[in-house]
Design a protein around this ligand. Structure first.
Ligand code: B12
Length: 226
């Protein structure tokens, strides 16, 4: 078990490897995190994903441009690929296990956040039907019907692509009025959730599974009351 100080150092190195787009370092420090007993979830979220937040700030300040973003994302994935099996094996399995259709809306290729959300559901023992990124809206509906999932999770990272959310939400409800819809992504807030008629939202992958369980409980109570 790494000391608090050593854990902090490892997280900082993971963060730095992403910001400096150093794929090898990201993998190296992820392996060190695993070897020294750092919680792999903390290493992924606070270390690697934390680095990506700073990358976003550098992009805003026009210090980084799209090529740098892509290289930073490569470094993040180099680390994440190593941490993923440990996260899945870390016993975060939730009492409640359901199935979820997950995807990033049409026109949007930002999938790092969605992939972290997927990882959390998989770690909790859920079945995840991942449609990927830039997903045509009808595909969400087709997959919902095909898999009979209770929840659909929709991600959007841009103020432009998020406009597709109310459209797909309506299509999903038309296909199955009992579906529960969870949305997320940087521009999503409680206000957006209400405005778009979604059932839940989560600001981070860390809280997405809890929110989905809340939605399933709600659904069950409603069914009992029928
Ligand atoms: C990395 C990045 C890219 C990479 C994406 C690589 C990839 N494979 O994902 C690349 C280089 C491809 C890219 C491209 C573009 N990008 Co970009 N990008 C970013 C950046 C810097 C970081 C996004 C990220 O990965 N964050 C880290 C993850 C961990 O956080 P997250 O995505 O928010 O996810 C968390 C939560 O939101 C939540 N969550 C996410 N999804 C879901 C879903 C559910 C169901 C739930 C419950 C929760 C949930 O959980 C996640 C984990 O905790 C952001 C800046 C920013 N501050 O967000 C800009 C940003 C999103 N991009 C932007 C833009 C403009 C573009 C481009 C148009 C640039 C261009 N000129 O070409 C293109 C768009 C291409 C397209 N059609 O989609 C803008 C969008 C502005 C807007 N209008 O809203 C941003 C905000 C930058 C900015 N300030 O201008 N980008």
């Amino acid at each position: 078990m790494a000391s608090e100080e050593r854990t902090k150092e490892i997280l900082q190195e993971l963060h730095k490897a992403v910001v400096d787009f150093e794929e090898e370092k990201a993998a190296e420090w992820s392996q060190i995190a695993l070897d020294e007993g750092v919680d792999p979830f903390v290493a992924a979220m606070e270390g690697l994903a934390g680095g990506m937040v700073e990358v976003g700030e550098l992009y805003n300040k026009k210090e980084y441009f799209v090529p740098e973003l892509l290289m930073c994302a490569d470094a993040l994935y180099a680390g994440l690929n190593l941490l993923k099996p440990a996260i899945e094996a870390s016993g975060r399995a939730s009492q409640e296990k359901g199935s979820i259709v997950l995807g990033v809306v049409e026109g949007d290729v930002h999938d790092i956040g969605k992939n972290l959300v997927r990882m959390m559901f998989e770690a909790a023992g859920w079945n995840v039907y991942d449609l990927g990124k830039d997903v045509p809206l009808d595909k969400f509906v087709d997959e919902l019907v095909k898999t009979k999932s209770s929840i659909v999770g929709i991600s959007a990272m841009m103020t432009t692509s998020m406009l597709a959310m109310p459209v797909v939400i309506k299509k999903l409800r038309d296909a199955n009025p009992d579906v529960r819809i969870l949305i997320g992504g940087a521009p999503i807030s409680a206000d957006v959730m209400e405005k778009y008629g979604a059932d839940g939202y989560a600001k981070s992958a860390g809280t997405a599974v809890d929110e989905a369980i809340r939605l399933i409980d709600m659904l069950r109570k409603e069914e009992l009351g029928k």
